[in-house]
Design a protein around this ligand. Sequence first.
Ligand code: GLN
Length: 199
Amino acid sequence: MKIGVLGLQGAVSEHLSATKRAMDSLGIRGEVRWVSHRDHIDGLDGLILPGGESTTIGRLMATTGLLQEIKDAVEKGLPILGTCAGLILMAKEGDKHVERTKQPLLRVMDIKIIRNAFGRQRESFEVDIPIRGLKGKPFRAVFIRAPAIERLWGGAESLAELEGRTVAAKQGRMLAFCFHPELTEDTRIHEWFLELCKG
Ligand code: GLN
């Protein structure tokens, strides 16, 4: 199995190591690749879009040609996991600011997002949240200047809510989280994604 982590900006190495740990715990023999060029997409079984700054990652994706390459691959069925800024990039619709500035997005998932949705004084916090589809205890979710999902439609379903807002969603073989699963020891979310990549 070959899994790529988009490595243009953000929490890249954390996802590389979380994915390797998830492979070990499932007994999957695989390879985790750093993706920084459009030629790196071909042959992947799954791709992770990390957190960071969605404006920067989006702009770099557009200039490298990765934006169109990834969009085409996802439309042909490539599974993707997006966390925080990665989730923003997956959304078909952004907030007013996103739409006005036309920041580049993949626009592959039936969700509308709001950037930096959890307020200034709470820009970063951790909370245990139950996630539908994830076996066992609630997940320790690390929120860092996190977005929220304001609306879902079509094939997208909500997996978790916080303060009445959706913070995790699934659509087919796409998983999206407003928080950072790669920053904890718990690899259940990465394992779930690897199972989707196998199927
Ligand atoms: N606030 C960032 C953005 O809007 C996302 C933050 C993150 O990925 N931790 O792109």
